[in-house]
Design a binder for this molecule. Structure first.
Ligand code: SAH
Length: 396
């Protein structure tokens, strides 16, 4: 097998089971390999370290499949890994009954570059690395076998594929999409999942538990949900007994789906919901001018900082919306604020929010620290996997 030889000392992170080999760690390749081929990663003294997928176009030159010298990378390997990932969800009491569930969460489930979300009987697959792309057939077979789902729809249209030298791919790769609108029930609320045209795989499963908490905190409160997408937080707030819910997003298609959710959930009081298509940065300023106030505000913006290089500009954007969030809260109100930027760590995010509270002149305390739901685990060896962080902050 082709060997990927590391520079002296560059084996350390692999010995800690971190699964990436960066460009700068590579001394050379002994033999030939095409993108996605499995190579044996060895230290400069020839010691075996891992088997990994070769990715010549990416700064991450190889992503590890296994640290075990006795394990070969073949069809059976993917079947085992996929089955184990699915079984972990089945064992978790908060996950086993969910019909919207992340089944595979990339590196943290030992499958770099592989994301698989299940929505009822449909699995949406996203492959973002050369190695994952090469093993598509084995991964799909593993998924259909482990779940009994027949339909797998590929949404490998994320920009990060470009970094791996891969073209965007989307479409059905197993079975057929149901003709009727696909829906899931999340904590008692029926939600539409647009697997073909929606963001990411069609739905933000990572916020499931935080949406539930929002519902629990919303009783009797006036709620403002910023960056509402298809209304996940808004619907849970209504279900939790919010007195009114104003939801803002710039995307017309997302809001269109959001509105249909009220018809799909007749148990919710549609008269309490208002949807606004607007830029959140402008809408917050307008609410301030109009002297509107809210008891609970959710800020769940898109990724302002995809990497650390964007951190400065992103920090200013987070500061801005959080500042206005605090200014628009009634005394005793709660701000539920998130960042899904890998480039902004938990500590920095908390500092930004603290700065916003201080500029707004409010007394504020963290009442909940929030993160992604447990079907989006963070491998202890891969802290980079931690992207979503949030704070529930009470003021006054
Ligand atoms: N909270 C949502 C997910 C939010 S995703 C959920 O629980 O499902 C981020 C959303 O922000 C997207 O719907 C996108 O359309 C919207 N968005 C991005 N920039 C925006 C802006 N400047 N103003 C308003 N909405 C914006």
């Amino acid at each position: 097998m082709t060997r990927l030889v590391l520079k002296p000392g560059k084996e350390r992170s692999l010995l800690r089971r971190h699964p990436w080999v960066f460009e700068g760690s590579v001394a050379g390749l002994e033999g030939r390999a095409r993108p996605g081929d499995t190579v044996e990663v060895v230290a400069d003294d020839g010691r075996f370290l891992a088997r990994a997928a070769w990715s010549p176009s990416s700064k991450i030159r190889a992503r590890v499949w296994t640290f075990d010298q006795n394990e070969s990378i073949d069809h059976a390997f993917f079947k085992r890994k996929v089955a184990a990932s699915v079984a972990r969800r089945q064992r978790h009491p908060m996950l086993s009954g969910q019909d919207g569930l992340r089944l595979i969460h990339g590196e943290s489930d030992g499958l770099p570059g592989v994301i698989a979300d299940r929505f009822g009987k449909v699995i949406v697959l996203q492959l973002t690395s050369a190695g994952a792309d090469k093993w598509r057939t084995a991964i799909v077979a593993g998924l259909t076998q482990a779940t009994g789902c027949e339909t797998v729809y590929e949404r490998s249209d994320s920009e990060v594929r470009g970094l791996e030298g891969l073209e965007p791919v989307s479409g059905c790769i197993a079975g057929e999409l149901p003709v009727e609108t696909l829906t899931i029930v999340e904590n008692g609320v029926r939600m539409v999942v647009d697997v073909v045209g929606g963001h990411k795989t069609g739905f933000y499963l990572d916020q499931r538990d935080n949406r539930l908490l929002t519902g629990q905190l919303a009783a009797g409160r006036t709620v403002l949900n910023c960056f509402c997408y298809t209304g996940g937080f808004s619907l849970q707030a209504l279900a939790g007994g919010a007195s009114s819910v104003l939801s803002v997003d710039s995307s017309a298609p997302a809001l269109e789906i959001a509105r249909t959710h009220l018809a799909l959930n007749p148990q919710l009081d549609a008269a309490r919901a208002e949807w606004l298509q607007a830029d959140v940065f402008e809408a917050l300023r307008q609410f301030k001018r109009d002297e509107r106030r809210f008891d609970l505000i959710v800020l769940d913006p898109p990724k302002f900082a995809p990497s650390a290089a964007h951190a400065d500009r992103a920090a200013r954007a987070y500061k801005d919306i959080n500042l206005f969030g605090f200014r628009l809260l009634n005394p005793g109100g709660i701000l539920m604020t998130y960042s899904c930027s890998g480039g902004i760590g938990q500590e920095l995010f908390q500092k930004i929010v603290a700065g916003a509270a201080s500029d707004a002149g409010v007394d504020a305390r963290i009442i909940h620290r929030l993160s992604a739901a447990p079907d989006h685990p963070i491998g202890l060896a891969v802290p980079e996997g931690e992207y979503l962080k949030g704070l529930a902050v009470e003021v006054g």
